[in-house]
Design a binder for this molecule. Structure first.
Ligand SMILES: C[S@@+](CC[C@H](N)C(=O)[O-])C[C@H]1O[C@@H](n2cnc3c(N)ncnc32)[C@H](O)[C@@H]1O
Length: 385
């Protein structure tokens, strides 16, 4: 009987069944010669089977959950505690049948619960899907839905071609997504809002690192909308930071984050390959940037950082590290696929040992990596002798 499971089937609608007292449905047990089996192998306890069944339905379920977020279903339920189907129909304005389909889909994920006729948020949904603050998952999910996930349908094509073929969905001729988004300011805003929200999920561990305590002038290369620099300068009152990014993103940084700290967070528009790094900094931070590029480019960028630092200056590389054996890390895996299919056609969530080697090749000493940061992150450090 290993590999066989009891499953519930609705009774056929015939006269006898209709007259039969409860239960209206009954469990059907597999019988010899007529197995009714789910698609499991010899070891039914292997959690990989459950993951498989969730995974193959996940693209549809992901979109159902994002739709529920967009319709503010989770916020409505947080405000009310619970709500009937009719309440939710009035709240969302969805046709009744379509709402039924949506609620069923979201219930299967465990994010909604149904008690009698009423719906309520699960604990996880209450924690993760109600907020709309700067670090809210709703911003991240919207960004993934709008930018990342349409591209993933072209994964096979891009991996075979050895380049980011999905980039052709975005106007422009720039070789990376970051440059192309400048042609679509609303999408660029969605993208950077999502990036900022996800950065906020891991930035506090970086900010807490004691190595920033004696830094006075930081160069935040590829610093995006300034989220990381803003957090760092808030924590270290004597720190100033220069956020170096492409011009369209510098504009976003000026409008959103940087004004909070006036002179202490400055923006410096430029291209990190074509333009020089501005001098006058005693540390350089690459946060979620180097993984976009090849090993050769990363070594060149680290050498460029080395060349503008004074003796004793430091470099910090923060981001996703795939596990050493390159078999684990859902977030790292998704990031690496996104980079290769869409963003740059290269790069990955490199293991820490790769960053350490490139840092040493670029001339830094005392190179080491701190591990165990949230969301599969690591911090690789080096010093200019
Ligand atoms: C993944 S985001 C990281 C943003 C920020 N450091 C953080 O941790 O949230 C990568 C950033 O690198 C910037 N970038 C990519 N290519 C660049 C280039 N050639 N010159 C300057 N900035 C670049 C992008 O515009 C983007 O803001």
């Amino acid at each position: 009987m290993r590999g066989l499971r009891t499953i519930e089937l609705p009774l056929p609608r015939n006269e006898r069944a209709a007259r039969r007292p409860s239960p209206a449905r009954r469990a059907v047990r597999p019988t010899k010669g007529l197995p009714m089996r789910e698609d499991t192998g010899p070891d039914t306890d292997d959690p990989a089977y459950e993951r498989f069944h969730f995974l193959v339905n996940a693209p549809a379920l992901f979109n159902a959950v994002v739709t529920a977020v967009e319709l503010d279903v989770f916020r409505c339920l947080a405000d009310r505690g619970s709500a009937s189907f009719e309440d939710l129909r009035q709240f969302t304005g969805l046709p009744a049948h379509q709402l039924r389909v949506l609620l069923h889909a979201v219930c299967t994920t465990g994010l909604l619960e149904r008690h009698g006729g009423d719906y309520a948020n699960s604990r996880v949904a209450g924690t993760l899907l109600v907020s709309d603050g700067p670090d809210a998952w709703r911003h991240i999910l919207t960004g993934w839905k709008e930018v990342y996930f349409p591209a993933f349908a072209r994964t096979g094509e891009a991996l075979r071609a050895g380049t980011n073929t999905a980039l052709d969905a975005h106007p422009g001729t720039e070789p990376t997504l970051y440059g192309r988004l400048a042609h679509d300011p609303p999408l660029e805003a969605v993208f950077h809002r999502a990036m900022s929200a996800f950065t906020l999920k891991s930035v506090d561990a970086l900010v807490a690192h004691e190595g920033f305590a004696d830094v006075r002038a930081l160069l935040d290369v590829g610093g995006g909308d300034g989220t990381t620099s803003t957090r760092l300068t808030a924590r270290y009152p004597r720190l100033t930071s220069t956020v170096f990014d492409i011009p369209s993103v510098s504009k976003i940084a000026e409008q959103t984050t940087a004004p909070d700290f006036g002179e202490r967070v400055r923006v410096h528009p430029g291209d990190l390959f074509a333009d020089p790094f501005p001098p006058g900094h005693d540390a350089v931070l690459f946060s979620h940037v180097l993984e976009i590029f090849s090993g050769e480019q990363i070594t060149a960028l680290l050498a460029k950082a080395h060349s503008v630092l004074p003796s004793g200056g430091r470099v910090f590389v923060y981001g996703y590290n795939v596990s050493e054996d390159e078999t684990r890390g859902w977030y790292s895996a998704r990031l690496s696929l996104y980079l290769n299919v869409l963003a740059s056609g290269q790069g990955m969530a490199y293991p820490a040992r790769d960053y350490e080697r490139w840092m040493s090749e670029a001339g830094f000493t005392g190179v080491r990596t701190l591990t165990g940061f949230p969301y599969e992150h690591g911090l690789t450090l080096g010093t200019k002798a």
